[in-house]
Unconditional design. Structure first.
Length: 428
């Protein structure tokens, strides 16, 4: 037996994790998959082809799911989405292909786990008559404690609490309406299942026993967002699911030389958030670093950072494991994606969050409330003076730094993956 599991839980399971989205959306599920693999199970990740090499490098099985969210975010529709417009990023054809690919990948699986961009995995689990879990890195289950995408908002009245709960049901309904036609088409034509009702799966008259209640694994720290008191036991807040990449990382000599050549710099990177005017934004960031008198490391990542002349105080590198880089920084400037936010918190350094959309503003507000970040600077409001002032505060505020160090120490003491594996067995 491994991990002290009871004897009845030592059966080897074939587990398929459906992970759709950008690198930040998908990466936590590698860590979760490795935890389940260490527990003795066969785990495959069904995700996009551009992640195949990384999945295989981790020693995990890979199955292809159509789509490349890097390209989608670079498209005209993707740019509109990042700028706050409501657009349809995934075409009906691509959506159908993703579900069809996942159906093929799940043949012979014992358990289906899906991320929030692959909620249609529920239907595959229904057809296969196997248990399923949703695994998410932000709160999605209805609660009276705080509204959807506003983890920092305190609720004082009964009306507030009712409104909070209703906000989740409304978002769930709207999300379902966007997918309803295509999901029901997939259910009927591919799975041979009847369509789900207009209001969604929550309102089915007959609910398959293997799907209800819908078990959820939440990969965020209960220190950062405590489990709401009205969440039942099958909704599990486990702690972060983070890969240990630092141990195998061999930094280039140029990076080590830059780090040794002065005080800790500030890292700046926006993950998979593609930017129309790369050179303009790069110049803005460099000027903000100069005005705040900070050295900087610009993380190009997928999004690219633009080709401009760089001062000696600024270093550009394509990709560095966050768990290696962030602890060496004075502060980290990022977009507020759940994965990057988790890495910054774990490193114990202040963040400066420049949110674009989705859950990013909510994480920015929550970190400010925790005292480990200044208030977020929305990307659409970004300016040299505002970014410089925010960086200056993050670096110079001793109380904020102490708060970040203390919170990082507590988060590093957690083992979110181990807790998730325990919750998986408990709810199976």
């Amino acid at each position: 037996m491994q991990h002290g599991l009871p004897a009845e839980q030592t059966k080897i399971l074939q587990i398929t994790i459906l992970a759709v989205g950008s690198r930040g959306d998908v990466q936590p599920y590698y860590a979760l998959a490795l935890g389940l693999q260490r527990a003795g199970h066969q785990v495959q990740i069904a995700t996009h082809a551009n992640f195949e090499a990384f999945v295989s490098h981790q020693g995990l099985e890979f199955a292809p799911v159509a789509g490349d969210y890097n390209q989608l975010l670079r498209s005209e529709e993707g740019q509109k989405l990042l700028e706050g417009e409501r657009v349809k990023l995934v075409s009906d054809e691509l959506f159908q292909q993703q579900m069809a690919d996942a159906w093929v990948a799940c043949q012979g699986t014992d358990v289906v786990i899906f991320n929030p961009l692959a909620t249609w995995g529920y239907n595959i689990a229904e057809k296969l008559a196997v248990p399923c879990f949703m695994a998410a890195t932000m709160p999605l289950s209805p609660t009276r404690t705080f509204p959807f995408l506003n983890f920092a908002l305190a609720s004082r009245t009964s009306f507030d609490r009712l409104r909070n709960y209703a906000s989740y049901l409304l978002v769930e309904f709207l999300f379902w309406q966007q997918q309803r036609k295509q999901v029901n088409l997939f259910r009927q034509q591919t799975l041979g299942l009847p369509p789900l009702p207009f209001l969604g799966a929550r309102f089915r008259s007959k609910k398959p026993h293997n799907l209800y209640p819908l078990r959820v694994l939440y990969g965020f720290s209960p220190i950062v967002i405590p489990k709401p008191p009205d969440w039942p036991e099958f909704l599990n807040v486990t702690g972060y699911w983070l890969l240990d990449q630092a141990k195998d990382y061999q930094p280039p000599k140029e990076l080590l030389g830059f780090l040794d050549d002065g005080p800790p710099p500030v890292s700046v990177g926006f993950g998979s958030m593609t930017i129309r005017n790369l050179q303009l934004v790069t110049k803005l960031v460099i000027e903000a670093l100069e005005e705040s008198q900070q050295r900087g490391i610009l993380l190009s990542g997928w999004a690219g950072i633009g080709n401009v002349n760089l001062p000696d105080r600024v270093f550009v590198i394509d990709d560095v494991p966050h768990d290696w880089l962030f602890p060496r920084m004075a502060a980290v400037v990022h977009h507020g994606g759940a994965s990057t936010t988790a890495a910054g918190l774990r490193a114990g350094v202040p963040s400066v969050i420049v949110p674009f959309f989705a859950d990013q503003p909510a994480w920015g507000q929550r970190l400010a409330e925790l005292g480990v970040s200044p208030p977020p600077v929305p990307y659409k409001e970004l300016s040299v003076k505002r970014l410089a002032a925010t960086i200056r505060r993050a670096v110079s505020d001793k109380v904020m730094r102490e708060q970040a160090i203390a919170l990082g120490k507590r988060i590093r003491a957690e083992d979110g993956v181990a807790k998730a594996v325990e919750a998986f067995y408990r709810c199976l």
